[in-house]
Design a protein around this ligand. Structure first.
Ligand code: NAP
Length: 331
């Protein structure tokens, strides 16, 4: 990259969605660059085990991401390991500014920045972050060997990571605000069968308390009775969902009330040539396989869009040219 480059496609984010978009874009012969500020793989790279990506009964999250990465590299995908700071839509082309001042221009942009762990926003959460409070069991579980920890949440992440922590720690309190988990049945069953996990239903954490040596206890409030009590714990793992990383979504693109980008079935936003994929996009569920599927869809649609912009192929109203193109690319 020499600076101020013109591409067919810029992909912002190198998780499963962005890397899959990169694979399909390269196979469609688009001049493509992927911008990623951190480790390729996003959230999945810090997931210990993945058991539901088709073709792999069990695979480490980092290993799966590395396979996506190597696959994209195999097709020669250009990658810039820097932070993108803004997306500027235009009529003739779209631009992306990189933190070092470089301006990238392209016919199409795929927004694939994923999401970030949501916070509880309670007293002590920021104060004890890194001193007992964590949002990543595989990153920090090791520090709580033979200790007592609390896991907050009732989705797949909370259940999966409570199970993971139960293998390392002495005891895991699993605290959920309702009396039924949102996470999958298979994970629930495993949690119920794990003697080191004590489930506390209908409770929210009111505060995280401690001292110079880190977290010592948490204050719980019963959501039914309002009763309060404290439980001793040295670690608090918070898994209460994700918020989309929508900082690079330009004004004019519709989002829902929680900030997820609304697209059509091609993953295209309100602005022609700008696509949103993976955990950033509003959809029924966030799964690795769905993020990868989004990446595929957006790249095929972007290939068609770029061809149309370049005048290489006429856009037929019946969509047949697009279907033909999609078929060729997917072979
Ligand atoms: P999630 O499914 O949105 O679950 C968030 C959990 O946190 C819910 O149980 C929610 O309670 C609870 N919660 C939210 N705000 C809270 C608050 N302020 N105080 C207390 N509890 C709160 O999030 P996730 O578990 O991170 O999963 C995100 C997506 O990734 C899901 O689609 C999930 O299926 C997927 N995922 C899949 C796997 C896998 O298949 N291996 C692993 C991890 C994640 P309520 O239930 O009461 O709303």
């Amino acid at each position: 990259m020499s600076g101020n480059e013109f591409y067919d496609l810029i992909i912002l984010g190198g998780g499963p969605a962005g890397l899959t978009a990169g694979i399909y874009a390269m196979r469609a012969a688009l001049k493509t660059v992927l911008v990623e500020r951190g480790v390729p793989g996003g959230q999945v790279a810090i997931t210990k085990e993945v058991e539901n990506y088709p073709g792999f009964i069990e695979i480490g999250g980092f290993d799966l991401c590395d396979k996506f990465f190597q696959h994209a590299k195999h097709y020669g995908l250009e990658m810039i390991e820097k932070e993108a700071v803004c997306t500027e839509p235009g009529l003739d082309y779209h631009s992306v500014r990189i933190a070092d001042g470089t301006l990238l221009k392209a016919h199409a942009v795929v927004l694939a920045a994923g999401g970030t762990a949501r916070k509880l926003n309670i007293p002590g959460e920021d104060e004890y972050f890194g001193k007992g409070v964590s949002y990543c069991a595989t990153c920090n579980g090791f520090f709580f060997r033979d200790k007592t920890v609390a896991v907050v949440g009732g989705g797949d992440t909370a259940l999966e990571d409570a199970l993971y922590l139960s293998k390392i720690t002495r005891k895991v309190y699993l605290i959920h605000r309702r009396d039924a988990f949102r996470g999958s049945r298979i994970l629930q069953q495993r949690v119920f069968e794990e003697p080191r996990i004590e489930i506390i239903y209908n409770a929210v954490v009111a505060s995280i308390n401690g001292g110079d040596d880190g977290v010592r206890d948490i204050a719980l409030k019963d959501t039914q009775t309002g009763a309060q009590r404290n439980i001793e714990t040295e670690g608090v793992f918070i898994f209460v969902g994700f918020a989309p990383n929508n900082q690079l979504v330009p004004a004019g693109i519709k989002t829902n009330r929680t900030g997820y980008v609304i697209t059509d079935e091609k993953c295209e936003t309100d602005i022609p040539g700008i696509f949103a994929v993976g955990d950033l996009r509003q959809k029924y569920a966030n799964q690795i396989v769905l993020a990868a599927a989004d990446g595929c869809t957006a790249a095929l649609a972007a290939a068609h869009y770029v061809e149309t912009r370049k005048g290489g192929q006429t856009c037929q109203d019946d969509g047949s040219s697009h279907e033909q193109n999609a078929k060729q690319v997917s072979q």
